[in-house]
Design a protein around this ligand. Structure first.
Ligand code: FAD
Length: 378
């Protein structure tokens, strides 16, 4: 078993090495890819600029079944059977056909990290030349390199706000409790986007996300926190991709936010990081096991990701349409969509974009399991 070490300050000694697989980024996507390589005997290196679980990257809410199937239920803090949606003129309460849970980021990352056998080093990735990755501690190389570094897509052609297709999100984490998972679609907080309050047992994650990267969400995040009589403390924010990107580029595999795998409209990117991370991990596993080649894995994974383009595009269209609905029409529209049948139908379709059953899906005709590209496209 390789020794795990994270280094700080003067301990950040020069780093170099050639591996079978190099995974850059140790959050939802990167750790999921590493998990799928456990037991393969491959030399896998994971690097991140922070220690595993050190910097929370989201409000940390995901479908409960995904967390359970991934063996991460130990990180769960609170489970919700209902979603409360506020508009300026009304509040609707939806009973969901499946539940969402909030979780503790550090615990989840640690549990996920326990599922791999990779080496881990803290290093900042600065770029690459071919398959040699340059970090602030030295160069690392591998025939299979994964960029799971988030929205910046450091190892690819890069994405810069405000011109790139990015949303922005900011939240505060005051102490406190609540029973409700709440969303606000209200121009008082954001012209295009939504506000949220996600309780997690003894803290509440209150934030605002804007689909328009030019709209600054700090003031209205504070406003929403004030309206809820919560303290605006412990900020956490980031850019959020809202358009699917190429999943492979110039010999590099991209997964999670770096591949634009976060869903438009809802900005849900954790389960999709798991989902595409599993798909990529299975392809890489086939290569290191000798059942596939690097070129084949590139083609397969690229096709698998691209097969979801229609669904992502449809969600992006809805993301653009919702802010155009006049506020007075929003409340009756949301109420009308609150019938049991419609909620079940729409939420089940939404979950099916990246279904929790994918965790346990056994390969049928190849490393991608039952959802081979052609079927996913269908
Ligand atoms: C405020 C906010 C709230 C959100 N809430 C939710 C939510 O409740 N549910 C949900 O499903 N989604 C949510 N999202 C979206 C979700 O956070 C992302 O889609 C998800 O984190 C993507 O996972 P990832 O592993 O691809 O990237 P990330 O989680 O962003 O991880 C990237 C990793 O790469 C590391 N890294 C980055 N650059 C470098 C570098 N140069 N060198 C070395 N390491 C580097 C980072 O330290 C990090 O560990 C939210 C986003 C925001 C901004």
């Amino acid at each position: 078993m390789p020794t795990r070490r994270t280094k700080r300050g003067a301990e950040r000694t020069p780093l170099s090495g050639d591996y079978d697989v190099l995974i850059c980024g140790a959050s939802f996507a990167g750790l999921t890819v590493a998990r799928e390589l456990a037991g393969s005997g491959a030399r896998v290196m994971v690097v991140d600029r922070y220690e595993v679980g050190e910097r929370q990257t989201s409000a940390c809410a995901a479908p409960t079944e995904w967390l359970e199937n991934m063996g991460l239920e130990g990180s769960m803090r609170q489970t919700f059977e209902e979603l409360v949606i506020h508009t300026p003129f009304a509040t609707s309460r939806y009973r969901l056909p499946w539940t969402f849970s909030t979780f503790d980021y550090r615990t989840l990352c640690e549990l996920l990290d326990e599922q791999n056998e990779a080496e881990f080093e803290t290093a900042k990735v600065n770029g690459r030349t071919g398959n040699v990755v340059h970090t602030d501690r030295g160069d690392l190389s591998a025939p299979l390199v994964v960029d799971a570094l988030g929205w910046r897509r450091v190892l690819g052609s890069g994405y810069q706000p405000p011109d790139a297709p990015l949303s922005r999100g900011l939240e505060v984490h005051p102490g406190g409790s609540s029973d409700d998972l709440e969303i606000w679609i209200d121009r008082r907080y954001v012209p295009a986007g939504y506000g949220w309050s996600f309780p997690a047992r003894d803290e509440v994650r209150v934030g605002v996300g804007s689909f328009d990267p030019r709209f600054h969400v700090k003031d209205t995040t504070v406003l929403l926190a004030q309206d809820l009589q919560r303290d605006a403390v412990r900020y956490q924010g980031n850019w959020i991709p809202h358009k699917l990107r190429e999943a492979t580029e110039d010999g590099i595999f991209f997964v999670g936010d770096s591949a634009g795998h976060c869903l438009p409209l809802t900005a849900e990117g954790i389960r999709t990081a798991f989902y595409f991370g599993l798909a990529l991990g299975r392809e890489l596993r086939a290569v290191v096991d000798g059942r596939s080649t690097r070129a084949h894995a590139m083609a397969q994974y690229h096709a698998f990701s691209a097969a979801h383009e229609r669904k992502f595009r449809w969600m992006l269209r809805t993301q653009k349409a919702v802010p155009r609905v006049p506020p007075r029409l929003l409340a009756p529209a949301i109420r009308a969509m609150g019938t049991r049948r419609f909620v079940d139908w729409s939420f089940n379709h939404y979950l099916a974009i990246a279904p929790p059953s994918f965790v346990t899906a056994r390969p049928a005709r190849g490393p991608l399991g039952e959802r081979a590209p052609a079927r996913a496209a269908a």
